[in-house]
Write a protein that binds this ligand. Sequence first.
Ligand code: ATP
Ligand code: MG
Length: 300
Amino acid sequence: MVRNVAELLPELEEQDFYLLSGVEQGMRFSEWVQREKLPKFASLTDEEVTYRLERCLKRGLIEKKTIQYEGYTLQFEGYDTLALRALVERDTISEFGSPLGVGKESDVYEVRSYKPLALKYHREGYTNFREVHKERDYTSDNEHVSWMYTARKAAEREHDILEDLYPDVAVPQPIDQNRHAIVMEKMDGVELSRTKLEADQVLGVLDLLISEIARAYETGYVHADMSEYNVFLDEDGVTIFDWPQAVPTDHENADEFLRRDLQNAVGYFRRKYPQQVSDELDSDAVAAEIASGSFETIRE
Ligand SMILES: Nc1ncnc2c1ncn2[C@@H]1O[C@H](COP(=O)(O)OP(=O)(O)OP(=O)(O)O)[C@@H](O)[C@H]1O
Ligand SMILES: [Mg+2]
């Protein structure tokens, strides 16, 4: 698990950030940035680099290796620090709060500015990176910084998609993005998986969810990871989140993903509420209606 770096920010100094962004810049060329190159990348004197390396190592923001040459690389904590600091500098975030969720591929925290927000650090590539990292000889180049690249691309993608969907589709309002982090509106309510609906609410909620899936399709996207864990429910209705893997509707497999999303949504409701969701409700037929633009409602 990646440590929360928020409490570190106050004790870090301007030059610590220079050092971290120097390492980040060097990592565009190789995973392990040579010690000698750091003064240039970080715009710091040699003595200053030595002092800052010590401080950043001690805080677990960077890692050092000495095989073949002395080199440094960012830890995810160091990358988080750079992203968080950028978001604070431009006033997107003014207060840091508690964890909202730890997903397979992200860490989500409550943050604040003028209103409650959610900060999602993308971690795609993290597990892979750790596994590969253990076995690989440290000098091999390229593909190396793939965890940084993969996580940043996922964040950019999720932010772009939210911008396309909001406000026509019920998704969290996107606020800002930096490196592998996105900031969005904090959703009210709870995960659909943790709700127990009254019998007379079941079809209404399922219909709301399918309507949002249909609206997303009209706007140009299929979520492609639809489940009761990626939907929030409150008094105002449903919110669909977690969009980095979404595919555009002109993608060759879009309609297949749409069918699968509907199978997941309808399947979940059917398993949980067999009395309310009849066998007549055919998710593939609903998917076909959505794809052809003729979907209206599942209710009579
Ligand atoms: N905008 C938000 N407001 C409140 N809570 C949120 C928000 N975004 C995410 N969360 C919480 O964080 C958790 C993880 O978020 P999300 O599903 O986007 O990440 P993930 O790592 O991609 O998930 P997965 O485990 O599905 O791969 C969610 O289940 C939810 O509880
Ligand atoms: Mg999720």
